[in-house]
Design a protein around this ligand. Structure first.
Ligand code: AMP
Length: 190
């Protein structure tokens, strides 16, 4: 089973590259951001609560996203593998993911970290906001908050996976196809 964590700050290109990896390796794409936006669109209680935090660029509680991932894993017992996009974002989430996968007799194959500098992220996100309509992409203060949350709570996960010998940094700037090729090389080397 190929279970990948696609890692990187907001705007690093995780969504774009996930689409390519899903197709090539026949993986199930699990994006907690997409799942949360689905809850918001459906008008659920969970969605309404999450939206308040997402609109400020703050992470939603670990228990909420871990619960969503747990049920997705249970719904797909025969999957050939998963790509986790935007999850885990805290050490507690990473520990929970290891636990859940272990319960199903599997584990993370590797973590691929897209590296992009901060200035580039802000301009990419503001640009994306024009097309996506995502409110958290349209305001520079919210974007800065998201990057701050990333640096404080999510960046330490690089060390978490490095410690397990599962961390690979990938240059996230350049042509989309070049970045895809680097990701493929890293997967082949796993
Ligand atoms: P994303 O689409 O991954 O950029 O996520 C958008 C927003 O959803 C984030 O700014 C967080 O507020 C929330 N979110 C998504 N995934 C997570 C996660 N794994 N843990 C906590 N909050 C999350």
């Amino acid at each position: 089973m190929l279970n990948l964590v696609l890692f990187g700050p907001p705007g690093a290109g995780k969504g774009t590259q996930s689409a390519m990896l899903v197709e090539k390796y026949n993986l199930i794409h699990l994006s907690t951001g997409d799942l949360l936006r689905g809850e918001i669109a459906a008008g659920t209680e969970l969605g309404l609560e999450a939206k308040k935090l997402m609109d400020q660029g703050i992470l939603v509680p670990d228990a909420v996203v871990i619960g969503m991932i747990r049920s997705k894993l249970q719904q797909n017992p025969n999957a050939g593998g998963f790509i986790f996009d935007g999850f885990p974002r805290t050490v507690a989430q990473a520990e929970a993911l290891d636990y859940l996968l272990n319960e199903s007799g599997t584990s993370i194959s590797g973590m691929l970290a897209l590296v992009v500098e901060e200035e580039e992220l802000v301009s990419r996100l503001l640009n994306r906001g024009k097309d996506s309509g995502r409110s958290d992409d349209q305001n520079e203060d919210i974007i800065k908050n998201r990057i701050k949350e990333y640096n404080a709570k999510t960046a330490p996960l690089a060390e978490f996976y490095n410690h397990q010998g599962k961390y690979t940094a990938i240059k996230g700037v350049g042509k989309i196809e070049e970045i895809s090729a680097s990701l493929n090389d890293a997967i082949t080397a796993m």
